[in-house]
Design a protein around this ligand. Structure first.
Ligand code: ADP
Length: 368
């Protein structure tokens, strides 16, 4: 059981980065899997290390189950942390690595053996218990690091980029394993990553950060569909959302986005919110899966169709990426596996305007 409450947390490093974390407040529910995501240097690890007690708090408060822990030493916080570099002791066997923390805390030998064997079974590393870390692959080492955290039966797991050193295939595999582990352990997790796919697939909620500040905190799909600003829209999603600059214009009581090379009509339900932007510059965001080849589109009309040159066709097996140019902007469409338009020819594309976002060019906040 652990509910974590972070209140107005800030961090400035002495003789180092000031405002690495700025006034962050978060409530993390018991058994929740919360992911902190953002580009390198945005303050994710600093938050995690302050929760772990490895770093002093500059200002603000951290509560674990209603107990203020600002001054509680790391070893008394009932937290286990897993790092990117595994931090295993090279001269100890896998068993000894996993048992070490329990030994230090004076657990009796039979209890230590029971816990290590249990954890080794969960992680499928029982046959490696006698090996040294150097005799293991990266994925196996990371399992040992997880095992060492599990045996402690902590109230909270903190993960700092635990999969970053693994190759792409192993990352995907470990992602699902951590997912299963989480279902089994029913504990609170805070997971730090710069990888938006990890965040999207693993988090109950994700916190998107930039420059030490929380940009948005919500369920992954909600963030994907309703980004709060341009940064969030472009950080979450792969390939990244297409961002096109243009201007809002009004014709016959209808609002259009004028991209320079094409004009496209906004849906009626956007009219009220966009009306104050008439004649002004805005950025339009549209995800690649919301752009269709007109030949395969259901609801094509002159109002939602755009001409563009297809410069590259990239078949990925299950889908095809089209790299397009309007003459002013480049953008990507994700179309069906069998769609193979001709390269260097103009084609018609249908934009699903019910899915687009508009951002203020000054504040970068979402308008609609
Ligand atoms: P992230 O985990 O998002 O990559 P960090 O929390 O590690 O970001 O770092 C946030 C900012 O604080 C960065 O600018 C980083 O250089 C700085 N920073 C981190 N640790 C220290 C430190 N020990 N001393 C000084 N600056 C630091």
């Amino acid at each position: 059981m652990a509910h974590i409450s972070i209140k107005n947390l800030s961090k400035s490093y002495k003789n180092g980065q000031q405002n690495a974390v700025k006034n962050v407040s978060l409530e993390i529910e018991d058994k929740e899997f919360l992911v902190l995501v953002g580009p390198s240097g945005c303050g994710k690890s600093s938050i995690l290390r302050m929760v772990a007690g490895l770093e002093d708090v500059t200002s603000g408060e951290i509560f674990i189950d209603d107990k203020l822990v600002n001054d509680v030493p790391a070893k008394d916080r009932n937290i286990a942390m897993v790092f990117q570099n595994y931090a295993l002791y090279p001269h100890m066997s896998v068993f000894e690595n996993m048992a070490f923390g329990l030994k230090l805390r004076g657990y009796p030998k039979p209890e230590i053996e029971k816990r290590v064997h249990e954890a080794a079974d969960i992680l499928g590393i029982r046959k490696y218990l006698d090996r040294r870390p150097r005799q293991l692959s990266g994925g196996e080492r990371q399992r040992v690091a997880l095992g060492r955290a599990i045996v402690r039966k902590p109230a909270v797991f903190l993960f700092d980029e635990p999969l970053s050193n693994l190759d792409a295939k192993m990352r995907v595999q470990m992602r699902t394993e951590i997912h299963k582990l989480r279902m089994r352990l029913q504990t609170t997790f805070i997971y730090v990553t710069h990888d938006q796919t990890e965040a999207m697939t693993m988090g109950d909620r994700i916190v998107v950060m930039k420059d030490g500040i929380i940009q948005q905190c919500a369920e992954p799909v909600f963030i994907y569909d309703h980004p709060k600003n341009k940064f969030v829209s472009s950080f979450i999603g792969s390939p990244p959302i297409n961002l096109l600059n243009g201007r809002i214009i009004k014709k016959e009581r209808k609002f259009f986005f004028d991209e320079g090379k094409f004009q496209i009509k906004l849906t009626e339900d956007m009219f009220t919110k966009i009306s104050s932007y008439e004649g002004k510059d805005v950025t339009m965001g549209i995800r690649s899966e919301d752009i269709y080849d007109k030949l395969f589109a259901f609801e094509a009309s002159d109002d939602n169709t755009v001409r563009a040159t297809c410069e590259v066709v990239e078949p990925l097996g299950s889908e095809v990426y089209l790299y397009l140019s309007s003459g002013k902007h480049n953008f990507i469409a994700r179309v069906g596996a069998h769609d193979r338009p001709e390269v260097n020819r103009e084609m018609d594309l249908v934009f699903d305007m019910s899915k687009v976002h508009f951002f203020d060019v000054q504040t970068e906040e979402t308008i609609v």
